[in-house]
Design a binder for this molecule. Structure first.
Ligand code: ZN
Length: 489
């Protein structure tokens, strides 16, 4: 008996030692370049950004509401505001309003880099207009901030990149690597006229890119549990998108004599079954990469220990994450019933019931997997299941050891020396998902601070950015172009 106890004790001590050694040898993956000189960003840049927000380049769900005049005006605005980019770069309009600026590099052996953004914004609902601190299309500069729809989603990428390019052109800089700026005009409604056509155009020209940078993540402040430092997250993957439309037709009749089972009952049960049987949780590749990069930077020993030993603390990590909806979405394919329809009158049993369910898939889970899972879970052949119009598979994870990832990592550190950098999985869909025909290395990051307050302004009320943060964004894009394009100043 004593022997067994001693053996157990020894095994336990070995286990503890293993966990502790892993934690202490869990070394930082942060690159620490020398800080660069903080260049002056002219006030005209701030004015230009403010003016860009005065154009209501709104993408509407209903194509009939599209206003081409505004988009033409925005095109003209860019042309006049960035004269060097307009004359020294090759500019191609795609489907009238999307843009490709090509800045030819001197070394054709280097694959080009693509910097993305989108010029369209989501609408501002009429009833929200008076809740804004400044009118949403005023571009007003107030309290050291620039206010307006598009300030962080996503005219900051468009104007930030153009200001950076214009500045470099003014310095007579020319890149060795070709740089493309690609701006879509319908990202908010799927990118089918913009990004898809841009990619087709580039593909026709046999463009194969070194890497792509699009929106997706930012510098998070107080958003990563257990992390006190600001942490810049670079999206190395995004979730896939699938909508399933379910319908059932059964006999209806008068509500005074209901059948044992009606269309409404069956559909309601199906939806409940889907909610009661969520997809299994897992730590997908981008989340594992996040733990490897963020772990050593964590503020508490417990977090560092958990992330240093993901095999042992897997269920603890997952349990912790799934407490919050955003964490839950990181570890599983999510199920969201979004439309539920049946019936027209209180005393008629409807013959038809419909439900629409939106799924966001983890990398590694295919649309076919979801269909299969749904069919098995509902287990009712009377329900017809049809795929919605705009679905996309979750792309695989881009490398964290590529030239692209490291260049973005270094550029962030040069402009924002105090932040930690880590990869992660983007929960929403971005235009960059259309760019995989051009490269495997697609990253998602916009240089602004994201906290618990301004995250609500995304597609919401009072979207704004601090003037200084906008200037840092210009500095970042300038630095990124210099680093990526290996210049010959
Ligand atoms: Zn956006």
């Amino acid at each position: 008996m004593k022997k067994i106890l001693v053996t157990v004790l020894i095994l336990f001590l070995v286990f503890v030692a293993y966990v502790v050694v892993n934690t202490f040898t869990f070394s930082s993956k942060q690159i620490q370049p020398d800080p660069v000189e903080k260049i002056a960003v002219p006030e005209t840049a701030v004015g230009n950004f403010s003016r860009s927000l005065t154009y209501p380049t709104v993408s509407h769900e209903d194509p009939a509401d599209f206003d081409p005049e505004v988009f033409y005006a925005f095109r003209e605005f860019l042309k006049e505001t960035y004269p060097l980019s307009d004359s020294l770069l090759e500019l191609t309009y795609i489907n009238e309003f999307s843009m490709i600026y090509k800045w030819q590099g001197s070394d054709p052996s280097l694959k080009p880099v693509i910097l993305m953004g989108h010029i369209d914004v989501v609408p501002v609902p009429e009833e929200d207009l008076d809740k804004w601190s400044a009118p949403p299309f005023s571009g007003k500069i107030m309290d050291g901030k620039i206010w307006g729809r598009g300030a962080i989603d996503d005219k900051i990428s468009v104007i930030g990149n153009l200001e950076a390019v214009e500045m470099l052109l003014g310095e007579n800089y020319s890149p060795r690597r070709t740089v493309y700026l690609c701006f879509g005009h319908d990202e908010e409604i799927g990118g089918y006229q913009g990004a898809v056509a841009i990619v087709q155009h580039l593909k026709d020209q046999n463009v194969s890119a070194e890497f792509v940078l699009d929106e997706g993540f930012a510098i998070t402040r107080g958003m990563v549990p257990g992390m006190e430092r600001d942490m810049a997250l670079i999206g190395t993957a995004e979730k896939g998108f699938l909508t399933l439309e379910m319908s059932i037709t059964l006999e209806g009749g008068h509500s005074s004599m209901p059948a044992r089972e009606t269309a409404v009952d069956v559909m309601a049960r199906a939806v409940v079954k889907l909610k009661d049987n969520p997809f299994p949780s897992e730590l997908s590749q981008p989340v594992q990469d996040f733990m490897a990069y963020a772990g050593p930077e964590m503020s508490t020993f417990v977090s560092r220990m958990a992330f240093a030993n993901p095999g042992i603390f897997r269920s603890l990590i997952i349990n912790n994450l799934q407490q919050e909806p955003s964490g839950n979405a990181l570890v599983r394919t999510t199920t969201s019933p979004t439309i539920f329809r049946a019936g027209i009158k209180d005393n008629i049993i409807p013959t038809q019931a419909r439900a629409t369910v939106n799924f966001r898939t983890l990398p590694g889970t295919s649309i076919a997997d979801v269909r299969d899972y749904v069919t098995r879970t509902i287990d009712d052949e009377r329900i017809l299941i049809k795929e919605g119009p705009f679905n996309s598979e979750a792309p695989g994870s881009s490398s964290v050891r590529s030239f692209g990832y490291e260049t973005i990592h270094v550029s962030i550190k040069e402009i924002f020396p105090h932040v930690a950098v880590a990869p992660n999985l983007v929960l929403g869909a971005t235009d960059s998902r259309h760019y995989y025909p051009l490269t495997d290395d697609i990253y998602r990051f916009v240089p602004f601070y994201l906290d618990k307050d301004n995250i609500k302004t995304f597609h919401g009320i009072d979207e704004h950015i601090a003037v200084e943060d906008f200037k840092d964004a210009v500095r970042f894009y300038r630095q990124l172009i210099l680093n990526a394009s290996v210049g010959n100043e």
